[in-house]
Design a protein around this ligand. Structure first.
Ligand SMILES: [Zn+2]
Length: 364
């Protein structure tokens, strides 16, 4: 019955969050502490320098460590350094990989992690899951939740529009994932955590309410996307797995990664998966209703828009159930190639092609 749930104890999402850091409890907690800043290259390195200069008057020692990628080699190298030099905190600074690497190293070395996401491109900005590269393949592993998350909306505003859209694609998967979870529950395969499900549902609905606002602007959109992705991450922590935010649509995306060359961003592939899952879940009308939102939010409405062929999509849908042991709508069908083809034709008609536009040209 007892379940230990970890959630970030500090969550800061505001303009100028980095320069205002000295006014926060996070800064107070750094007194005489040793801090490792793990960042990517170029822009995130500059941000790491800015954070180092901001916290240096308070901390005892601050060191910047770069990670070029999220491979096991890099993680092992950083882990050794952390074990040898025993920092009190790890700050993960960057888009996706630096955050994932920081979460993995922090978990393995039992050092609390504070994340500074520079892009809201997936729910990795605050989740108990990290993606690492092993033998040239991306694998998701469970990690401890970050102690705190600091999102500077000014920094997020400079994130490329395509990454913002990808984050939104990842968020939209909550609905189809929750349907699949309910299905697994009804089939007697899995328990459903109602509280986690409610959080994941509210996360995506609150974001859609923002999208429907007449006074929607980019700043509001970014803030709402970041907040909802964080709520999704916390829902996963409550559930103890990625279940509330990852169902058949994610299995299709994983199959595209493993079997079809991983040609697009995670959230873009998930967005394509959402359309297929909605259709299979009997919500054909909602597939059409999603199209205007996809256009507005810079998401692909056709798989060819992100570089996949019909043959690759057929393979991905066929192999999706084998990607992990997770009961979804895909298990309720035993689709033949012919049936998959007719689903693809219905979900992705010719007129759905080439509508893919950057979010900057569609949202104010
Ligand atoms: Zn995802």
């Amino acid at each position: 019955m007892a379940n230990k749930i970890r959630i970030p104890i500090h969550l800061i999402i505001e303009h100028g969050a980095v320069s205002r850091l000295p006014k926060t409890p996070i800064y107070e907690g750094l007194k005489d502490k040793k801090v490792f800043l793990i960042c990517g290259s170029n822009n995130t390195h500059q941000l790491a320098e800015m954070i180092r200069d901001t916290i240096r008057p308070q901390a005892r020692e601050v060191h910047i460590l770069s990670c070029e990628n999220n491979t096991l080699d890099i993680i092992n190298r950083l882990e050794r350094k952390v074990l040898e030099e025993t920092p009190d905190y790890i700050f993960g600074i960057g888009g996706g990989k630096a955050l994932d690497v920081s979460k993995v190293v922090g978990t393995r070395c039992n050092v609390p992690v504070v994340l500074f996401p520079t892009a809201a491109s997936s729910d990795a900005i605050c989740s108990p899951v990290a993606v690492i590269k092993m033998r040239n393949r991306s694998t998701s592993i469970g990690v401890r939740m970050p102690l705190a998350v600091v999102i500077d909306l000014d920094i997020l505003a400079s994130c490329p529009p395509r990454l913002v859209s990808a984050g939104i694609g990842d968020l939209l998967s909550n609905k189809t994932a929750l349907f699949d979870w309910q299905l697994a529950h009804q089939a007697g395969v899995e328990e459903m955590n109602t509280f986690a499900a409610l959080m994941a549902k509210n996360a995506v609905e609150s974001f859609m309410n923002t999208v429907n606002r007449r006074d929607l602007d980019r700043s509001r959109l970014l803030k709402s996307a970041a907040e909802s992705l964080i709520m999704s991450g916390i829902a996963m922590s409550v559930a103890g797995s990625s279940r509330p935010c990852s169902g058949s649509e994610h299995l299709i995306s994983h199959a595209l990664d493993f079997h079809c060359g991983a040609k697009a961003l995670h959230g873009e592939q998930v967005a394509i998966g959402v359309l297929i899952s909605q259709y299979l879940q009997g919500k054909r009308q909602q597939v059409e209703e999603l199209h205007p939102y996809y256009e507005k939010l810079g998401l692909p409405t056709h798989y060819e828009d992100i570089g996949y062929t019909k043959e690759e999509m057929r393979r991905a849908i066929r192999l999706a159930p084998s990607m992990r042991n997770r009961y979804t709508i895909l298990d309720e069908f035993n689709l033949t190639d012919k049936e998959i083809d007719s689903i693809l034709e219905e979900v992705f008609p010719e007129e759905a092609k080439n509508r893919y536009r950057s979010i900057g040209s569609s949202a104010k």
